[in-house]
Design a protein around this ligand. Structure first.
Ligand code: FPP
Length: 244
Protein backbone atom coordinates (compact mmCIF):
# COMPACT_ATOMS: atom_id res chain seq x y z
CA UNK A 1 0.00 0.00 0.00
CA UNK A 2 1.13 3.55 -0.70
CA UNK A 3 1.61 5.47 2.57
CA UNK A 4 1.78 8.86 0.82
CA UNK A 5 -0.12 11.47 2.86
CA UNK A 6 -0.63 9.19 5.90
CA UNK A 7 0.53 9.95 9.45
CA UNK A 8 3.48 7.67 10.16
CA UNK A 9 4.18 6.81 13.82
CA UNK A 10 7.83 7.34 14.84
CA UNK A 11 7.88 4.45 17.32
CA UNK A 12 5.82 1.27 16.91
CA UNK A 13 5.66 -1.47 19.56
CA UNK A 14 4.55 -5.02 18.78
CA UNK A 15 3.58 -7.71 21.29
CA UNK A 16 4.03 -10.78 19.10
CA UNK A 17 1.35 -12.99 20.60
CA UNK A 18 -0.33 -16.16 19.32
CA UNK A 19 2.57 -18.27 18.00
CA UNK A 20 1.38 -21.25 20.04
CA UNK A 21 -2.27 -21.01 18.95
CA UNK A 22 -1.26 -20.49 15.32
CA UNK A 23 0.73 -23.74 15.48
CA UNK A 24 -1.98 -25.68 17.34
CA UNK A 25 -4.56 -24.81 14.69
CA UNK A 26 -2.25 -26.37 12.11
CA UNK A 27 -1.39 -29.49 14.13
CA UNK A 28 2.15 -28.20 14.64
CA UNK A 29 4.27 -27.89 17.80
CA UNK A 30 4.63 -24.65 19.80
CA UNK A 31 8.29 -24.57 18.77
CA UNK A 32 7.26 -24.56 15.12
CA UNK A 33 4.95 -21.67 15.96
CA UNK A 34 7.86 -19.66 17.38
CA UNK A 35 9.95 -20.44 14.30
CA UNK A 36 7.11 -19.23 12.08
CA UNK A 37 6.84 -16.12 14.27
CA UNK A 38 10.51 -15.39 13.75
CA UNK A 39 10.26 -15.85 9.96
CA UNK A 40 7.32 -13.44 9.95
CA UNK A 41 9.18 -10.95 12.11
CA UNK A 42 12.00 -10.76 9.57
CA UNK A 43 9.56 -9.94 6.77
CA UNK A 44 7.26 -7.57 8.62
CA UNK A 45 10.04 -5.54 10.24
CA UNK A 46 11.69 -4.95 6.85
CA UNK A 47 8.36 -3.70 5.55
CA UNK A 48 7.81 -1.48 8.61
CA UNK A 49 11.16 0.32 8.22
CA UNK A 50 10.58 0.69 4.47
CA UNK A 51 7.47 2.73 5.32
CA UNK A 52 9.41 5.33 7.33
CA UNK A 53 8.92 4.08 10.90
CA UNK A 54 12.13 4.92 12.79
CA UNK A 55 11.90 2.80 15.93
CA UNK A 56 10.40 -0.67 16.36
CA UNK A 57 10.18 -2.32 19.78
CA UNK A 58 9.28 -5.99 19.96
CA UNK A 59 8.48 -8.21 22.93
CA UNK A 60 10.49 -11.39 22.40
CA UNK A 61 10.65 -12.76 25.98
CA UNK A 62 9.40 -11.35 29.26
CA UNK A 63 10.77 -11.94 32.77
CA UNK A 64 7.52 -13.88 33.37
CA UNK A 65 8.06 -16.15 30.31
CA UNK A 66 10.67 -18.08 32.32
CA UNK A 67 7.66 -19.72 34.03
CA UNK A 68 6.91 -21.67 30.82
CA UNK A 69 7.95 -25.33 30.49
CA UNK A 70 11.69 -25.99 30.48
CA UNK A 71 11.34 -27.45 27.00
CA UNK A 72 9.78 -24.28 25.58
CA UNK A 73 12.21 -21.92 27.39
CA UNK A 74 15.19 -23.99 26.19
CA UNK A 75 13.88 -23.94 22.64
CA UNK A 76 13.41 -20.16 22.63
CA UNK A 77 16.86 -19.58 24.14
CA UNK A 78 18.45 -21.71 21.38
CA UNK A 79 16.39 -19.81 18.80
CA UNK A 80 17.67 -16.49 20.20
CA UNK A 81 21.26 -17.74 20.34
CA UNK A 82 21.22 -18.71 16.67
CA UNK A 83 18.71 -16.34 15.09
CA UNK A 84 19.50 -12.98 16.71
CA UNK A 85 22.75 -12.93 14.75
CA UNK A 86 21.05 -13.79 11.45
CA UNK A 87 18.41 -11.14 12.14
CA UNK A 88 20.90 -8.45 13.10
CA UNK A 89 22.83 -9.08 9.87
CA UNK A 90 19.65 -8.30 7.95
CA UNK A 91 19.21 -5.16 10.09
CA UNK A 92 22.81 -4.11 9.48
CA UNK A 93 22.31 -4.24 5.72
CA UNK A 94 19.36 -1.89 6.16
CA UNK A 95 21.40 0.49 8.38
CA UNK A 96 19.36 -0.32 11.51
CA UNK A 97 20.89 -0.18 15.00
CA UNK A 98 19.86 -3.16 17.17
CA UNK A 99 19.55 -2.70 20.94
CA UNK A 100 18.18 -4.95 23.69
CA UNK A 101 16.00 -3.98 26.63
CA UNK A 102 15.94 -6.25 29.66
CA UNK A 103 18.42 -7.63 32.15
CA UNK A 104 21.43 -9.17 30.45
CA UNK A 105 21.86 -11.58 33.35
CA UNK A 106 20.81 -14.95 34.79
CA UNK A 107 18.49 -16.77 34.02
CA UNK A 108 19.41 -15.85 30.43
CA UNK A 109 22.08 -18.31 29.23
CA UNK A 110 25.60 -16.82 28.89
CA UNK A 111 25.61 -17.65 25.17
CA UNK A 112 22.50 -15.52 24.58
CA UNK A 113 23.91 -12.62 26.63
CA UNK A 114 27.14 -12.77 24.62
CA UNK A 115 25.27 -12.61 21.29
CA UNK A 116 23.17 -9.67 22.51
CA UNK A 117 26.26 -7.68 23.53
CA UNK A 118 28.07 -8.53 20.29
CA UNK A 119 25.12 -7.33 18.19
CA UNK A 120 24.78 -4.04 20.09
CA UNK A 121 28.48 -3.36 19.55
CA UNK A 122 28.34 -4.44 15.91
CA UNK A 123 25.42 -2.17 14.95
CA UNK A 124 26.00 0.82 17.26
CA UNK A 125 26.95 3.22 14.46
CA UNK A 126 23.93 2.49 12.25
CA UNK A 127 21.74 5.52 11.69
CA UNK A 128 18.73 4.43 9.60
CA UNK A 129 16.50 3.34 12.49
CA UNK A 130 16.42 1.40 15.76
CA UNK A 131 15.24 -2.12 16.52
CA UNK A 132 14.67 -2.59 20.25
CA UNK A 133 14.31 -6.27 21.18
CA UNK A 134 12.88 -6.85 24.67
CA UNK A 135 14.37 -10.01 26.19
CA UNK A 136 14.23 -10.94 29.88
CA UNK A 137 12.25 -7.73 30.02
CA UNK A 138 9.60 -6.40 32.38
CA UNK A 139 8.14 -2.89 32.53
CA UNK A 140 8.18 -2.80 36.35
CA UNK A 141 11.75 -4.11 36.34
CA UNK A 142 12.81 -1.35 33.92
CA UNK A 143 11.41 1.40 36.17
CA UNK A 144 12.90 -0.16 39.33
CA UNK A 145 16.32 -0.51 37.67
CA UNK A 146 16.20 3.14 36.52
CA UNK A 147 15.31 4.19 40.07
CA UNK A 148 18.31 2.26 41.41
CA UNK A 149 20.68 3.92 38.90
CA UNK A 150 19.35 7.36 39.82
CA UNK A 151 19.50 6.66 43.57
CA UNK A 152 23.13 5.56 43.36
CA UNK A 153 24.06 8.76 41.48
CA UNK A 154 22.26 10.92 44.07
CA UNK A 155 23.87 8.99 46.93
CA UNK A 156 27.33 9.56 45.41
CA UNK A 157 26.66 13.27 44.91
CA UNK A 158 26.74 12.99 41.10
CA UNK A 159 23.11 13.98 40.50
CA UNK A 160 20.87 16.42 42.32
CA UNK A 161 17.16 15.83 43.00
CA UNK A 162 16.28 18.90 40.89
CA UNK A 163 17.86 17.26 37.85
CA UNK A 164 15.42 14.33 37.98
CA UNK A 165 12.66 15.36 35.59
CA UNK A 166 10.18 13.62 33.30
CA UNK A 167 12.58 14.37 30.43
CA UNK A 168 15.74 13.14 32.15
CA UNK A 169 14.16 9.99 33.66
CA UNK A 170 14.14 8.19 30.31
CA UNK A 171 17.96 8.40 30.10
CA UNK A 172 18.08 5.81 32.90
CA UNK A 173 15.74 3.26 31.33
CA UNK A 174 17.21 0.21 29.57
CA UNK A 175 17.27 2.26 26.34
CA UNK A 176 16.61 5.97 25.86
CA UNK A 177 13.92 5.83 23.17
CA UNK A 178 11.15 8.19 22.09
CA UNK A 179 7.65 7.40 23.44
CA UNK A 180 5.70 4.65 21.69
CA UNK A 181 3.10 6.17 19.33
CA UNK A 182 1.37 2.97 18.32
CA UNK A 183 1.16 -0.42 20.06
CA UNK A 184 -0.05 -3.52 18.25
CA UNK A 185 -0.76 -6.75 20.12
CA UNK A 186 -1.73 -9.65 17.91
CA UNK A 187 -3.98 -12.60 18.81
CA UNK A 188 -6.88 -10.64 20.26
CA UNK A 189 -5.67 -10.41 23.86
CA UNK A 190 -6.44 -6.93 25.18
CA UNK A 191 -3.70 -6.25 27.75
CA UNK A 192 -0.16 -4.91 27.78
CA UNK A 193 1.47 -7.59 29.96
CA UNK A 194 4.20 -5.41 31.55
CA UNK A 195 5.48 -4.16 28.17
CA UNK A 196 7.23 -0.76 28.09
CA UNK A 197 4.98 0.80 30.71
CA UNK A 198 6.91 4.09 30.85
CA UNK A 199 7.02 4.55 27.07
CA UNK A 200 3.36 3.65 26.44
CA UNK A 201 1.80 6.59 28.32
CA UNK A 202 0.05 8.16 25.30
CA UNK A 203 0.28 5.33 22.79
CA UNK A 204 -2.64 4.45 20.56
CA UNK A 205 -3.35 0.74 20.89
CA UNK A 206 -4.67 -1.84 18.46
CA UNK A 207 -5.51 -5.47 19.21
CA UNK A 208 -6.16 -7.40 15.96
CA UNK A 209 -7.37 -11.00 16.44
CA UNK A 210 -4.87 -12.40 13.93
CA UNK A 211 -2.01 -14.57 15.33
CA UNK A 212 1.50 -13.15 14.99
CA UNK A 213 2.86 -15.63 12.37
CA UNK A 214 0.00 -14.53 10.07
CA UNK A 215 0.36 -10.78 10.71
CA UNK A 216 1.57 -9.79 7.25
CA UNK A 217 2.14 -6.60 5.25
CA UNK A 218 -1.58 -6.18 4.51
CA UNK A 219 -2.31 -6.54 8.25
CA UNK A 220 0.20 -3.78 8.99
CA UNK A 221 -1.44 -1.59 6.32
CA UNK A 222 -4.80 -2.11 8.09
CA UNK A 223 -3.15 -1.14 11.38
CA UNK A 224 -1.75 2.08 9.92
CA UNK A 225 -5.15 3.02 8.51
CA UNK A 226 -6.65 2.54 11.97
CA UNK A 227 -3.85 4.64 13.52
CA UNK A 228 -4.68 7.39 11.02
CA UNK A 229 -8.32 7.45 12.16
CA UNK A 230 -7.32 8.03 15.79
CA UNK A 231 -7.45 11.55 17.19
CA UNK A 232 -4.35 11.94 19.37
CA UNK A 233 -4.89 14.74 21.89
CA UNK A 234 -2.25 14.01 24.57
CA UNK A 235 -4.67 15.19 27.27
CA UNK A 236 -5.60 18.42 25.47
CA UNK A 237 -8.43 19.25 23.10
CA UNK A 238 -7.83 19.46 19.40
CA UNK A 239 -10.76 21.44 18.08
CA UNK A 240 -10.85 24.82 19.85
CA UNK A 241 -14.48 25.31 18.73
CA UNK A 242 -15.70 22.27 20.63
CA UNK A 243 -19.01 23.10 22.39
CA UNK A 244 -18.86 22.86 26.17
C1 FPP B 1 3.96 -15.24 22.36
O1 FPP B 1 3.16 -16.25 21.74
C2 FPP B 1 5.29 -15.30 21.82
C3 FPP B 1 6.44 -15.45 22.54
C4 FPP B 1 6.49 -15.58 24.02
C5 FPP B 1 7.74 -15.52 21.85
C6 FPP B 1 7.88 -14.47 20.79
C7 FPP B 1 9.05 -14.80 20.00
C8 FPP B 1 9.13 -14.77 18.64
C9 FPP B 1 8.05 -14.29 17.74
C10 FPP B 1 10.39 -15.15 18.00
C11 FPP B 1 11.27 -13.96 17.95
C12 FPP B 1 12.58 -14.41 17.62
C13 FPP B 1 13.64 -13.60 17.51
C14 FPP B 1 14.92 -14.27 17.18
C15 FPP B 1 13.57 -12.12 17.69
P1 FPP B 1 2.62 -17.43 22.64
O2 FPP B 1 3.64 -18.50 22.68
O3 FPP B 1 2.26 -16.87 23.99
O4 FPP B 1 1.36 -17.87 21.85
P2 FPP B 1 0.01 -18.44 22.50
O5 FPP B 1 -0.53 -17.34 23.39
O6 FPP B 1 -0.84 -18.70 21.32
O7 FPP B 1 0.39 -19.66 23.27
Amino acid sequence: MDYEGLKIPTHVGIIMDGNGRWAKERGMTRSQGHEAGFENLKKISKYIYSKGIKVLSIYAFSTENFKRSKEEVDFLMKLFEHKFKEYSNQMKEDNIKVVFSGKKAHPLPDAVIAVMKEIEEDTKDKTGGILNICVNYGGHLEIVEATKKISALVRDGKLSLEDITEESFSHYLFQDLPPIDFLIRTSGEVRISNFMLYQLSYAEMYFPSIYFPAFDEASFDDAILIYNKRDRRFGGIKDENTNH
